[in-house]
Design a protein around this ligand. Structure first.
Ligand SMILES: [Zn+2]
Length: 367
């Protein structure tokens, strides 16, 4: 069943993705709720920001609160009070980001918890089961995200493992759906992940093999791990040329506003990144330059709200922003909140930065 409807390809792709918890307009950005919370915001604030989906992380949720708690709470949606769709990362990115704390085998990966030293083992099958318990709308297969740069041999070996895991994931997912008697119409979506570092031959092979296995959507993984912008755009181009037009494409971990615009123009539909929420917590806030279009350099700037220069600034963060922070508070007040380390500062800043990102996506949805 194809849950993705492509409405336009003129300029760039615009569409609608249907999930068990509702439809999402593409291209879209997913605020990150790694452990079940978008830092400093509650579900109601996310709804007000018109976020249509959030992203959570399987590896971190297995650790805390744990699958037993989530099972008893009837899944993550009920637990965190979020009614919209949720996509869950598999833990593949943690193979990259927590490389000092894990052992890889043919069968899966074992992490030594950075919290209490306990061991967490993930296999392609256990990751699917965990995401079914979480109640994800979009389930990601377990993959290995290689570092950049890495040798061709390393990338090839890593890709072989990722492909083996993808086959096992699909098989296990189908078997689980059958066993649970889940009708096609209410099934979560299962996404495969294309890897192959920055080697064209491997990227092409990876995309072709993933298509053969057959998924509801395809992620382009292994990007935003330190490679230059031009090379990232090249990899994206290789992959989008091979991936089927009628399926959604998720560009994992990308990124800065200009990188998202690049990737949308390059044929990607879905994005996630910690940048807007993390930057907000550090007082770095996005201001749109209304004189420039989003395809022009310098279409936004970042202001450092903690600076003295804002101490008496009565203007909102961004004159054109419609978020509640900009509609209500001055730069002066937000700077004051940061200077006294008031938690409200983080909340107001996060609301604004996410509003900037989500407005950018809405603009891309209508161009
Ligand atoms: Zn704002």
């Amino acid at each position: 069943m194809n849950t993705f409807k492509l409405l336009s390809e003129k300029g760039h792709r615009i569409g609608i993705l249907a999930t068990p918890h509702g439809k999402i307009h593409t291209p879209f950005f997913m605020p990150i709720a790694t452990r079940g919370a978008v830092k400093n915001l509650n579900a109601d604030e996310l709804h007000k920001l018109k976020s249509e989906i959030i992203l959570s992380n399987t590896y971190h949720l297995i650790q805390r609160p744990g699958l037993d708690v989530l099972k008893k709470q009837k899944g993550l949606h009920v637990f965190i009070g979020w009614k919209g769709p949720i996509l869950t990362d598999s833990g593949g990115y943690q193979i990259f980001s927590l490389s000092k704390f894990r052992t890889l085998t043919r069968d899966g990966v074992t992490f030594t918890s950075e919290i209490d030293g306990s061991r967490v083992s993930l296999t392609p099958e256990s990751v699917i089961d965990a995401q079914l318990t979480i109640g994800s709308d979009i389930i990601m297969v377990l993959d290995e995200c290689p570092p950049w740069p890495c040798s061709y041999e390393f990338a090839k070996k890593s890709l072989e493992r990722t492909l083996q895991w993808a086959m096992r994931s699909k098989k296990h997912f189908e078997r689980s759906m059958k066993k649970r008697g889940v009708p096609l119409s209410t099934r979560p979506l299962l996404f495969g992940i294309v890897q192959g570092s920055t080697y064209k031959k491997l990227r092409d092979a990876s995309a072709r093999e993933m298509i053969k296995i057959g998924f509801d959507g395809y992620a382009i993984g292994g990007l935003a791990v330190g490679e230059p912008r031009a090379l990232r755009n090249k990899v994206l181009e290789w992959n989008t040329l091979v991936l089927p037009k009628e399926k959604p494409r998720y560009c994992m971990g990308v990124g800065k506003p200009e990188d998202i615009v690049d990737a949308v123009r390059g044929g990607a539909d879905m994005f996630d990144c910690v940048i807007p929420t993390r930057e907000a917590r550090h007082g770095r806030l996005y201001v749109r330059n209304s004189k420039k279009t989003i395809t022009q350099d310098g279409f936004y700037k970042i202001i450092r709200i903690k600076k003295m220069v804002f101490a008496n600034d009565k203007k909102p963060i961004d004159m054109h922003c419609l978020c509640t922070t900009c509609q209500t508070y001055s730069r002066s007040y937000i700077r004051h909140l940061f200077s006294i380390q008031e938690g409200l500062a983080l909340r107001l800043a996060t609301i604004h930065n996410l509003s900037f990102y989500l407005s950018l996506m809405r603009e891309l949805q209508t161009l």
